[in-house]
Ligand binder design. Structure first.
Ligand code: SAH
Ligand code: MG
Length: 212
């Protein structure tokens, strides 16, 4: 990860620690080598922090990253919840809007040519998606149903040899919420189609091993 880009990632508001971002970047570079020409997809961009690591890898791999987010915040980002930031609310609309911050992050990092924002609900986008994906990074809604749908609708798009990265995977319930672990990580490993290649903090990186 180039140091200048790393500084942009760290300057952005968000939920990705540096060591996990670096692991995500390195997995994406490998995915780009394994699946030349295929894009990366990020589910859940928030203010673009993790997107910078993926965008840097996309530049290296000569591909692009589609950053999918409705920018209205997850359940846990809403007023009254633990992960709420009042400055994320658009007062005119009375809802969260992280798209302006996302755009500023991507602009400042100089990654507008390799990062494509897809503003919409993850399941809606997934149902129209037709392109195999070199690396899928899932960090969207962490409730049971959003996580389950991200697994069901997005994971089949990972190309053979491609990578699946999952954030906020907590094996121990004392460390955090369960849905990314129970609804995404366990079913992916249990499918027999993925093997774990690395674990960094709450980031798990799996590789798709077989076709079909
Ligand atoms: N990857 C980011 C953090 C993402 S936070 C970082 O590194 O900082 C989770 C994001 O998922 C929020 O921005 C929220 O708007 C988005 N999200 C949650 N559920 C979604 C859904 N169903 N469709 C699209 N985006 C969703
Ligand atoms: Mg996260």
């Amino acid at each position: 990860m180039p140091e200048s880009l790393r500084a942009h990632a760290l300057a952005a508001k968000g939920f990705m620690p540096a060591n996990e971002g670096d692991a995500l970047h390195d997995a994406a570079v490998l995915a780009g080598r394994e699946c030349p020409g295929l894009p990366f997809v990020e589910i859940g961009s928030y203010c673009g922090r993790s997107t910078v690591w993926l965008g840097a890898a996309a530049r290296t791999a000569n591909t692009v990253v589609f950053a999918v987010d409705h920018h209205r915040g997850s359940e846990e980002n809403q007023p009254g919840w633990e992960w709420h930031d009042p400055t994320d609310v658009d007062p005119r609309v009375g809802k969260m809007d992280t798209l302006p911050m996302f755009r500023a992050t991507v602009h400042d990092a100089g990654l507008e040519d390799v990062v494509v924002a897809v503003v919409g609900q993850s399941p809606t986008v997934a149902r129209q998606w037709r392109t195999p994906v070199a690396l899928l990074f899932i960090d969207g809604g962490h409730g049971v149903e959003p996580a389950r749908l991200d697994f069901e609708l997005w994971v089949p798009h990972v190309a053979p040899g491609g990578y699946l990265a999952i954030h906020d995977v907590f094996e121990n319930p004392n460390d955090g919420g369960r849905p990314p672990y129970e609804q995404i990580y366990l079913p992916a490993v249990g499918s027999g189609r993925f093997t774990e290649v690395s674990a960094t903090g709450s980031l798990r990186v799996l590789r798709r091993t077989t076709g079909g």
